[in-house]
Design a protein around this ligand. Structure first.
Ligand code: SAH
Length: 355
């Protein structure tokens, strides 16, 4: 099965199900995944400087600690100059990608976001600017793109509509989430999507739908991490997503999407102290150290016990460098664009991809 997945970048649903549901082939899977990641990226690991610039959110996703109904959370917003200060520190440390992530905060108008983006663009011509601000209109996405943003992260969270409805309040829909992703792609963004592993009510069939949706969207980046409960959410009693399953899915993703940018996420590092290292060995090739000011770190609390909330940017960077090296890879100071896909597939698969 794994050789078939490696060769065809695909497997029938029945085999995917088998592969997802057993740990028997994990070592074999990771070996193949690592071979493919080295073929495309060598031992390179790209870094993205994450700036969590607001924890205000108008949404009420049942899994997320910064949902607006969490009245216990102390809210914060960074000003334009504070964001620029994070970029300056990051640039000095070697970051060439800045990721501005936040809740869906109506306080920032499109004009303000565009101004922030334009300012970063003007100062750092050799950097990529990634936004992760949730669902916006086509027009808003277009404005940000024109201001100089080139990447956008928006996980689809789950590609099964019923499952989506169990994770989100009425008013949010998978349909809109998907529409946003297609819009972003059309505008010209390098798109990142992804899903949580082990979110409440998730089944193997949901995970297969996630993989199938990703085959349609073909995003440049695919971010996955285990679901981790947050005490002040309706999902506070659910157990966390399985670390092994998350690693297995990283391996599967690497074989299905050989050139993808796959981060070893903070949630993976929270699930296990060695989680990110294991993620890299399973096929991940990106890490996203935190550049947010230390004073606000702990307030961007998506789930309980989130790691790296106490370290200064420089410490965070040094710590991750060590971890990446210990896992057998090397952080590179590079803008870290996606590599082109090598076309080496059998004819029948190519035709399928085009459909
Ligand atoms: N508002 C932005 C950013 C969301 S936070 C957006 O809508 O895209 C970034 C990601 O954290 C989410 O996409 C989600 O997949 C993940 N996340 C949120 N709560 C989580 C939890 N309890 N456990 C694990 N991951 C979580």
């Amino acid at each position: 099965m794994i050789e078939q997945l490696h060769a065809n970048r695909d497997l029938p649903d029945v085999d995917l199900k088998k592969l997802i549901e057993t740990s028997l082939y994990d070592q074999e899977l990771f070996r193949h995944a690592d071979e493919v990641r080295r073929e495309y990226y060598g031992t390179d690991v790209y870094i993205r400087g994450l700036i969590e610039f607001t924890n205000y959110c108008r949404n009420d996703c049942f899994y997320c600690g910064i949902r607006w109904k969490n009245l216990k959370l102390e809210r914060y917003r960074l000003s334009k100059s504070e964001i620029l200060c994070c970029c300056e520190i990051g640039y000095g440390l070697g970051y060439r990608t800045f990721v501005l992530q936040g809740g869906e905060d109506p306080f920032y108008t499109d004009e303000q976001i565009s101004e922030i983006v334009a300012e970063i663009r003007k100062k750092y011509t050799d950097c990529a600017i990634t936004l992760s601000l949730g669902e916006k209109s086509y027009e808003s996405y277009e404005l940000f793109f024109r201001a100089g943003a080139n990447r956008y992260l928006l996980r689809h969270e789950t590609a099964n509509a019923e499952h989506y409805a169990k994770l989100h309040p009425v008013g949010m829909s998978l349909e809109n989430r998907k529409r946003c992703l297609w819009n972003l792609r059309e505008i010209g963004y390098q798109v990142g999507s992804g899903f949580m592993v082990g979110s409440p009510f998730q089944t193997t069939a949901c995970l297969i739908e996630d993989l199938r949706f990703l085959q349609q969207l073909r995003p440049a980046m695919i971010g996955i991490g285990p679901f981790i409960a947050h005490r002040a959410t309706p999902f506070n009693r659910f157990s966390s997503g399985d670390l092994r399953l998350t690693l297995r899915l990283i391996g599967i993703l690497r074989l299905m999407f050989p050139n993808a940018l796959i981060p070893a996420t903070t949630a993976l590092g929270t699930a296990d102290p060695q989680g990110r290292e294991m993620g890299l060995r399973a096929g991940a090739n990106v890490v996203m150290p935190n550049l947010s000011p230390v004073e606000v770190r702990s307030k961007y609390e998506l789930y309980d016990n989130k790691i790296c909330t106490g370290d200064e940017a420089a410490e965070c960077c040094a710590c991750l460098s060590r971890r990446v090296r210990a896992a057998g890879y090397e952080i590179v100071m590079d803008i870290g664009n996606v590599r082109p896909l090598k076309e080496q597939l059998p004819q029948n698969h190519k035709t399928r991809e085009k459909v």
